[in-house]
Design a protein around this ligand. Structure first.
Ligand code: DP6
Length: 362
């Protein structure tokens, strides 16, 4: 089992290079069992599992050039081709957090150029895909400096670094389903990085679809970071954390045997529990909007009537992720366009599917 110190570069690089460039894309992911609550150093309070997405992604290029002063980080940040000062503090904080693990970053001036395939103001968090894409680039730099590092280590450390940027980002390195957080029944699972769900996944879940209904694109009133914090001293915290372990156990069985009714029950209960935690923390808050509830009720009605196994999940916001197997795609998309689009802001939604994880472009 790897520990934190296994991710520290022990020796000086064998291969000092003057400059170079890399580019990676990394997708967003949607949790089925939710991460909500954490301990120090981005250690999750409970294990979580997610579908890696395919179309919603961040594409990040890093150019690095050797510099004289090796005491500080030095970087420029471009978002969609333009300098973006507002994003810099988050990146600075991330670089400081990973400094001990990636000391070579201080040898270089970095130019980080990043863009998303989804609109920035869509309410889809770009922190998971963004931190994952940046971590992949950093690991490409590490591989250039330490050519001998094995592939497994490359991806595990990428996920480990991404976690230090944003917890859920560690689940965006690989596909198609990733577990993060130690769970007794999931071999290799760790609090330090995400691992691909180790059992064979039933055919029902191959190519699973996620249509994201953009209900509210506004800035959230309460950030995830604050929300996680409110799980300290939360009256239901311990029960919630143990429920997540049970739900992951049950979901593991479901992913193996393909039982869609049970899948739906676990996934919707997780989504509502996440929001119940928000409503019962102090201070309490609500991220769902009236249209979020309208959509949930419409999905329930449609499912009751048609018996089509479509369900929803939510992340920390008002948008609704509509999840369904590929073989009912046509009927569900028809339902979405006739009954649900009216509840989306400007009628906007994004069709996505399960994906395979980060991809190197350059
Ligand atoms: C509700 O990963 O965004 O989406 O670690 O503070 O960056 P930080 O939080 P973040 O939290 C995601 C919470 C969630 C559930 C999940 O993705 O598991």
């Amino acid at each position: 089992m790897l520990s934190e110190k296994d991710f520290i570069c022990q020796n000086a690089p064998s291969n000092i290079i003057e400059k170079g460039s890399f580019q990676w894309s990394a997708p967003s992911n949607i949790a089925l069992v939710k991460y909500w609550g954490k301990k120090d150093r981005q250690i999750p309070a409970n294990p979580s599992i997610s579908f890696t997405l395919n179309n919603c992604k961040t594409i990040t290029k890093i150019d690095f050039a050797k510099k004289d002063n090796q005491n500080n980080f030095s970087f420029d940040l471009l978002f969609e081709g333009q300098p973006k000062e507002e994003f810099k503090p988050k990146i600075q904080k991330f670089l400081e957090r990973i400094a001990d693990y990636c000391p070579y970053l201080k040898y270089y001036h970095l130019t980080i150029a990043t863009e998303n395939t989804f609109p920035h103001s869509s309410g889809i968090a770009s922190s998971a895909s963004g931190m994952a894409a940046l971590s992949m680039n950093i690991m490409s730099m590490e591989k250039a400096l330490y050519p001998g590092i094995p592939d497994d280590y490359f991806f595990q450390k990428a996920s480990f670094l991404a976690r230090l940027g944003s917890g859920s980002a560690c689940r965006s390195v690989k596909g198609s389903m990733v577990v993060w957080g130690h769970h007794n029944e999931i071999a290799g699972s760790s609090d330090l990085f995400g691992v691909t769900f180790p059992s064979a996944i039933h055919n029902n879940f191959k190519n699973y679809q996620d249509t994201i209904l953009l209900v509210d694109k506004g800035e959230k009133q309460v950030s995830s970071t604050i929300g996680h914090d409110l799980m300290h001293n939360h009256p239901f915290a311990e029960q919630r954390f143990s429920q997540a372990h049970h739900n992951l156990s049950n979901l593991k069985t479901v992913l193996e045997n393909g039982n869609l009714d049970e899948f739906i029950q676990i996934v919707e209960s997780e989504a509502l529990t996440l929001h119940a935690m928000m409503m019962t923390s102090l201070p309490y808050f609500i991220l769902m909007k009236p249209n979020t509830l309208e959509i949930i009720n419409r999905i329930w009605k449609f499912r009751n009537y048609t018996k089509i196994p479509v369900c929803f999940t939510l992340d920390a916001g008002a948008n609704v992720h509509v999840l369904f197997p590929e073989n009912v795609r046509e009927a569900v998309l028809q339902f979405i366009t006739t009954e649900l689009v009216g509840y989306c802001q400007n009628g906007n939604y994004i069709c996505d599917t399960i994906g395979t994880g980060a991809i190197q472009i350059l």
